[in-house]
Design a protein around this ligand. Structure first.
Ligand code: SAH
Ligand code: SF4
Ligand code: F3S
Length: 465
């Protein structure tokens, strides 16, 4: 991506802006983001571009001039959801001439695009993960030339700088530090739809974080499919000394930023320098997301995860020794092809040993084009669900145990806003990402305050000043 490309897109932004001004009425967009934090961050860029054009955001599809879906395809259920939504938006298009656009990971799957072309041909724009930056041009073609745009590239991927961004939050922000994935875990579609690993330049990331700090942002989450391999590919060519560890240390020095989080690291890339950086950087939250996927060495091998059960446990132990009070969260898949009762017991065993603060649990979902989809011994749905329930029960009992340890302690809580479930109360998060509900006021939003934890309620804690 050259600066010329972004210049060209800015010209299209300007052209649409003039068109909207000429129409002399508000233009609304509706956006639904269906994916992970990286997708959310992409949506913030989509919103940034649209708002520069003069579009205003709405939650009401009936008044929207543009309906946009930013899709995910990591698990099967996303497809049903999208097709359901597309059916609904057909009516809006008929009534109001609404432009319908779909972007994101699912659009990088040829069989899905084929299905949309056949069954939902009224979709105006389809763009993929590699063409998000071209949305202004695509939209221009659709609005002014009434064209049907199919803008998808099957490439390794580029890094696009300079796209405008409209953030969802005023105090917390995500910063993507790398794109793509090279790991090809055998169950996972992400490497096929997001391209190869490529890192943003350190100077671009630091500039973005500094600007956020100047605007009053306090918490930064660094994003990537494999954040601790930041610059790994680039360093093979240039032998630079920039690494994930050095990046953490530099961001830690930026005044105004008070908390730094990152997702997702890969256990195989957790080198000692990263562990030391986490230990030394006081702003880096001492909750580490360490995706386990399975506790069985046999299954991990079939998953192509590149570590054994013992190596994973050893890594967690090493981190506990180095980083005082560190805790962990994780991702687990149940029902991978060939998973025996014994394999599943190994997963439960790791969960019992590590007492995770948070476990994101998934039922294995077959993804077309992945190695695991072609494996024999796919696990019956019933068994998958039964194992999922057993894991969930164990996880919930552990969360309760963990929560009890908080009662009576003083926690530093980042105040996020008014509680959605109880508008009388304020809500915030501990360094370990636990939700805390307390009596407070709106002036505290965006600050970190000390609260005494007085009780636990499974999914949240109650605090007092
Ligand atoms: N790059 C990150 C996250 C990838 S997607 C990582 O490696 O941790 C988020 C999670 O979705 C994964 O960690 C995995 O637990 C889950 N996942 C990915 N593919 C899946 C599939 N086919 N079925 C079920 N869960 C899956
Ligand atoms: Fe998927 Fe594995 Fe890459 Fe994560 S590391 S995105 S699970 S292939
Ligand atoms: Fe994220 Fe889903 Fe794509 S998890 S990277 S939006 S497939």
């Amino acid at each position: 991506m050259t600066s010329g490309d972004i210049k060209l897109q800015k010209e299209y932004i300007q052209k649409i802006k003039e068109y909207i001004i000429e129409k002399n009425r508000p233009f609304y967009y509706y956006i639904l983001t269906m994916g992970c934090q990286l997708n959310e961050n992409d949506s913030e860029k989509i919103c940034g571009m649209l708002e520069q054009m003069g579009y205003q955001k709405t939650d009401n599809t009936n008044i929207a001039n543009l309906i946009l879906f930013n899709t995910c395809c990591v698990r099967e259920n996303a497809e049903e959801k999208l097709f359901g939504k597309l059916g609904e938006s057909k009516e809006q298009k008929k009534k109001n001439g609404t432009i319908i656009a779909i972007g994101g990971c699912m659009m990088q799957e040829p069989h899905i695009v084929e299905k949309i072309n056949k069954s939902y041909p009224y979709v105006d724009i389809i763009f993929g993960t590699h063409t998000l930056n071209k949305l202004p041009e695509d939209l221009y073609e659709a609005i002014l030339k009434k064209a049907t745009v199919r803008d998808i590239l099957d490439i390794e991927g580029e890094v696009h700088e300079g796209i405008p961004i409209k953030r969802n939050d005023l105090k917390k922000a995500s910063v993507t530090i790398m794109y793509g994935c090279n790991n090809f875990c055998s169950y996972c579609i992400v490497p096929y739809v997001r391209g190869r690993e490529r890192s943003r330049k350190e100077e671009d990331i630091l500039r973005e974080v500094r600007e956020l700090a100047e605007k009053g942002y306090k918490e930064i989450t660094l994003l990537g499919q494999n954040v601790n391999s930041y610059m790994k590919e680039e360093n093979k060519k240039t032998h630079s000394t920039i690494t994930f560890a050095s990046l953490l240390r530099k961001i830690n020095k930026i005044d105004g930023i008070e908390r730094i989080r990152f997702v997702s690291p890969h256990p195989k890339d957790f080198t000692d320098d990263v562990i030391e950086a986490i230990r030394d950087c006081e702003k880096v939250c001492k909750i580490i997301h360490l995706p386990l996927q399975s506790g069985s060495t046999e299954i991990l091998k079939k998953m192509n995860r590149k570590y054994t059960k013992e190596q994973y446990l050893h890594l967690a132990e090493k981190m506990k020794k180095e980083i005082p009070d560190v805790v962990f969260s994780t991702d687990i898949i149940v029902g991978f092809p060939g998973e025996t009762e014994e394999d599943f017991e190994d997963t439960l065993d790791v969960v019992r040993k590590l007492h995770f603060e948070q476990v994101f649990m998934f039922i294995y979902s077959r993804r077309k084009g992945t190695i695991a989809d072609k494996m024999e011994n796919q696990i019956p749905e019933e068994t998958k669900h039964e194992r999922f329930e057993r894991l969930k029960k164990l996880v919930e009992s552990q969360i309760q145990e963990n929560n009890e340890k908080y009662v009576g302690t003083i926690q530093k809580v980042f105040v996020e806003g008014i509680s959605k479930n109880n508008p009388e109360k304020m809500t915030g998060r501990t360094e370990t990402n636990k939700v805390v509900i307390f009596d407070g006021n709106e002036k505290q939003i965006g600050t970190i305050i000390n609260l005494k934890i007085v009780s636990e309620h499974m999914w949240y804690l109650k605090g007092e000043t």
